[in-house]
Each structure stands twice: as C-alpha cells, then as structure tokens.
Design a protein around this ligand. Structure first.
Ligand code: DAH
Length: 332
C-alpha cells in the first residue's frame, strides 16, 4: 500500500491531484483510515504491531504528500517568476500625450491677460435666442447679418449665435453692476468654407459696465492687452466704424508684430493688422438690459480667436484648425 501510494504521489502534476490522493488514503473514508478503524477487531498481541506499521505508513504518506505539495508550489512559483520577468532593455511602447489645440492655447493666453486686469469669465449658450443675438443688441430688423443666408436659424426664435455679443445681454440682465467680463466661445455663420472662412469659428467678447466708464479706459485696456499679447512695442490705431450695439464704434488695428509696422507679407505690406471691433455700449442696449444709460456707461469689444491664432502661429488656412490632422496639431 505504501509503495503504491508513494509512487502515485510522485507522479502527480498538480496540487488538486495530490489533494485527491490525500483524501483517497488519509481522508475520513480513506484506505489507511479504514485500516486503523479495523484495529479493534485485532487481538491484543497483533494490535500494537499492526498499529505501529499502519501509523508509520500513514506518516510516510502524509510526509510524501506534504513534500509533493511543497514541490508543486515551488514549480508554480518558478513558472510565474519566469513568465513575469521584465526585460528592461525592451523598447517602450510609444506613449502619446495629448496637446492643447492652438485655439485653446490662444484662448487661455488671452483670457489670462484679461483675468490679470480684473476681468472674470462669463459663458453663454451656442444656441441663442434671436432676442439676445440681435434684438437686444440693437440690430435693426433689416440688418444684413439677420439674413437667412448669413445665420443658421433653428426656428423663428432660436439660432446658432453669430457672435459672442449676446453674452453681454445675458450678463447685463442677470449680474449686479459693475460688470467686467470676457466671454470666449464658438460662433456660427452660414459661410462657405475657404482659407479665411469657416461656418464655425471662435470669438472673445469683452464688456465693462459701471459708473463713469469711458472711451479712454477702453483704449487703455486694449492697448495694454495687445502689448501683452503681441509684444511691448505694439501700437494700436482706432478707426471709426459702425456696429449696432456700440456708439461710437471703432475697428482696432495693431502694428504688425512680424515687421513692427514696416510692411511684410503677413500684413500685406501695410504694417497694420485689424484684430478687434469695439466701442461704447449703445444706450439702447443698456436700456434693453434694464440699465439706465443716464447713470451708467460701458465699453465692449470683440475679436476673432481663429484669426488671432492664425496670425500668431502663421497659419494660412483656417480649415487646418478644424481638420484634426495630427501632423498639424502636433506642431503646437
Ligand atoms: N460682434 C462683433 C462681430 O461679430 C464683434 C464686436 C464688435 C463685438 C464690437 C463687440 C464690439 O463687443 O463692441 O463682428
């Protein structure tokens, strides 16, 4: 019995198999156990002799099982170690970290400049009311920008905002005075895409409203802003313009940061680049938002973020910004 058991144990390949042998020989109904149970039937002389042998056999099988289990455990451990070995000389998998989109980078940079001047950020929805996008901003009913061919209308009352200016309306209607906000975001116009047009684009809006807000403060604010964005030597030029929501209105040019105003391909030889629209908030707009223009005044400005991104990174086609070509995006 002992010999068979020991040779069976020796051949076992897994801990489970060894365990089944233990049950077979040493378990409650095991072969050795039943022999030991039969001991009572033996004579007083036989009992100690057989008992001794039976116990020795049991010990031997028990030991064999324990050491077999130990051996199998060791084999398993070695196998795992071999399997999990790390080859530190193996080339690592390529690890790609995402990058900020150039428009996001410029948006952050511009936002930081204004935050440094005490502005906070306000956001508005991309689906706007016609009332906020046009009516409250004093756009005449026949203004060309309202045309179906310029604006994505959702229905008679809703549209995809064509500018970030409606955030002015929301802020003036909902916030306490004084107001000092900028509002970056996406805008939409029914334009056929080409190198300078995209039906989806980005603007950043600025609005300051309070007592004694002046045009001089507007000029000072924008002057400081462009110096921080384009460099200390940048100069600004305000040209009279017309926007429905400001009076007076201006377009703002900056000296070309590439040639410093000498004239180069970037500024088409002009030395100046137009980057902003701005003006004093029209009294009608203040009134439409429940603010008394006799007591309060404000200035506002707006600029195209895509255009500024293109200027700063010298990108010559706006479509590149929205094609998500990794070869392009990885350059920033
Ligand atoms: N909303 C104007 C546009 O889309 C940009 C603009 C001009 C915004 C003058 C302003 C502003 O706040 O005062 O062309």
């Amino acid at each position: 019995l002992q010999e068979t058991a020991l040779s069976e144990i020796k051949d076992m390949q897994s801990i489970e198999q060894v365990e089944s042998l233990r049950v077979k020989y040493l378990g409650k109904k095991g072969e050795i156990t039943s022999i030991l149970k039969e001991m009572g039937k033996l004579s007083a002389e036989e009992r100690p002799v057989i008992g001794k042998v039976a116990n020795e056999v049991r010990e031997a099988i028990n030991d064999a099982i324990s050491s077999k289990k130990e051996e199998l455990k060791n084999i398993e451990k070695q196998r795992k170690l071999a399997e999990e070995v790390l080859d530190v000389t193996m080339p690592a998998k390529e690890f790609r970290v995402g990058k900020k989109h150039p428009i996001s980078k410029i948006t952050d940079e511009i936002s930081d400049i204004f935050i440094g001047m005490g502005f906070s950020i306000a956001e508005g929805p991309e689906v706007e009311t016609v009332a906020n996008n046009f009516d409250a901003l004093n756009a005449p009913k026949d203004h060309p920008s309202r045309d179906m061919s310029d604006t994505f209308y959702i229905n008679e009352e809703l549209l995809l905002r064509t500018q970030t200016s409606p955030v002015q309306v929301r802020t003036m209607k909902n916030e306490e005075l004084p107001i000092k906000i900028i509002s970056p975001g996406r805008c939409f116009r029914f334009d056929a895409p080409d190198a300078t047009h995209s039906p989806m684009f980005h603007q950043i809006e600025g609005l300051v409203v309070g007592k004694d807000v002046t045009m001089a403060q507007l000029k000072g604010t924008l002057d400081m802003f462009v110096k921080k964005l384009f460099g200390e030597n940048t100069k600004t030029k305000f040209r009279p313009h017309n926007f429905p929501f400001t009076e007076p209105s201006a377009e703002v040019d900056v000296t070309c940061f590439k040639c410093g105003g000498e004239g180069c391909p970037m500024c088409k030889g002009e030395g100046w680049i137009e980057i902003l629209g701005a003006g004093m908030v029209h009294p009608n707009v203040l009134r439409n938002c429940g603010i008394d223009p006799e007591v309060y005044s404000g200035f506002a400005f707006g600029m195209g973020l895509d255009r500024i991104t293109m200027l700063k990174y010298e990108i010559d086609d706006i479509r590149l910004l929205f094609e998500n070509d990794m070869r392009f995006l990885n350059q920033f």
